[in-house]
Design a protein around this ligand. Structure first.
Ligand SMILES: [Zn+2]
Length: 311
């Protein structure tokens, strides 16, 4: 029997956010999926949208709660990284603050109304407007780690990164980090880049989400194609090092996303806008692979250049 699908707007922090709820014909877990925490990450949004349309004709066990575009004001304004009203990165604001600015209130409402109570949580991302990216899934160390690792692996992307607490940790306040802290198995899954709706990246999200349904026992693996039953080639990484520049200037990487680098290798430069002065050589701090890379030459002082995955 097909699942029941309902679509409505949910009011979060005063914004009308599109919510799709899918109820299966059998009992099972509650899976929550959010995309568009960043407003210009279109491949992940479209992956969730296409997957939800497929679910209309699928028999599942349990329930899916999904928001294809959470940061609706950033989407409308085509603003990368931040909520335009307050300039804050929504994925640094979780679990949120009901008395804070719009990003903090949106994080709070999304966390309490969508993420809390879930049996599993997926935050779907891709490289933003100015980010090249190699597909990866990131999971959190912590109490729900084993289940989160299983989710990350099930998403079938080429790199699986374990996010740890401590000095190596790149960022805090992510939605998947807040979910993990609340004991919910959670991942951030990234495929797609540069503000494009690349069909291969959209398909990676659809395949990953279907595979997660099976791993959670919510869908029948027998319905899968032979191609998606094969074991994907995955590399497990335990460090995620984010590199920044010292000065503002013109960023010129010498490697692309997915490129392998060795410790001490020069992987790019920052130079003056007039082209006359080399301001900084950027050196790989460890052997690893470029997971994401700022594709725009324009960088601010202390600007984010790239994320290096290392074992
Ligand atoms: Zn993102």
């Amino acid at each position: 029997m097909p699942s029941t699908v309902t679509r409505r707007n949910l009011e979060l922090a005063g914004l009308a956010v599109p919510l799709v709820e899918v109820t299966g014909s059998h009992d099972g877990p509650l899976l929550t999926v959010i995309a568009g925490v960043h407003g210009c990450e279109y491949a992940s949004m479209d992956g969730v949208r296409r997957w939800l349309r497929e679910l209309e004709t699928t028999d599942i066990s349990g329930r899916v709660r999904a928001v294809p575009v959470l940061n609706v004001s950033a989407f409308a304004a085509r603003t990368p990284f931040v909520v335009p009203e307050d300039g804050k990165n929504l994925n640094r604001c979780f679990p949120g603050d009901p008395a804070g600015t719009l990003a903090e209130r949106l994080a709070y409402d999304a966390f309490t109304q969508l993420i809390t109570g879930s049996d599993a949580y997926i935050d779907a991302h891709c490289g933003d407007m100015v980010e090249a990216l190699q597909p990866f899934a990131l999971y959190e160390a912590g109490p729900a780690e084993d289940r989160a690792h299983a989710l990350a692996t099930a998403y079938r992307l080429p790199y699986v990164i374990r996010q740890v607490a401590g000095p190596d940790r790149a960022v805090s306040g992510t939605s998947s980090g807040a979910a993990a802290a609340a004991g919910i198995p959670a991942i951030t899954a990234e495929a797609g880049e540069c503000g494009l709706v690349q069909q291969h990246a959209v398909a990676l999200h659809v395949t990953g989400l279907n595979s997660v349904l099976e791993m959670l026992g919510m869908a029948d693996p027998a319905a899968r194609s032979q191609e998606t039953r094969s074991q994907p080639d995955q590399t497990q990484l335990s460090r995620f090092l984010w590199l920044r520049c010292r000065d503002a200037g013109w960023w010129q990487p010498t490697v692309g996303a997915g490129g392998k680098v060795t410790a001490g290798q020069v992987i790019g430069t920052v130079s003056s806008l007039d082209g006359g002065e080399l301001l900084e050589e950027i050196v790989a701090p460890a052997d690893g692979v470029i997971i994401f890379l700022t594709s725009s030459p324009a960088v601010a002082a202390d600007g984010l250049l790239l994320g290096l995955g290392a074992s």
